[in-house]
Design a protein. Sequence first.
Length: 132
Amino acid sequence: MYTDPIADYLTRVRNASRAGHRVVEIPASKLKKEITKILFDQGFILSYKFEDNSVQGSIKIALKYDKMTKEPVIKKIQRISTPGLRQYAGANELPRVLNGLGIAIVSTSHGVMTGKQAKRENVGGEVLCYVY
């Protein structure tokens, strides 16, 4: 049993991307679905599919690779806030990842969103991860 489902999600995506897999299957949860939608909207993954065939359900994610170099689009996906050390940031303190080239995924009172969206809506929250 794992104690940090978000870290497990990020690790599965990271490992599948580095191994060159086309599709990765992950056990589903509401937060994981929201993170997957953000990754799709920001262009880090090709597509995703939610399947509710079991008790928990699963998420199938089609990973995206560069057409010329065959390198994964996700260079780094890093967990920031952990169960042992939560990292919170106010609306004015939200981090810029790679000077705006990457994204920070933030869990706010208005839902899970990117750092740029949270700054636009003037809300802070828990910084879940960085993706670039």
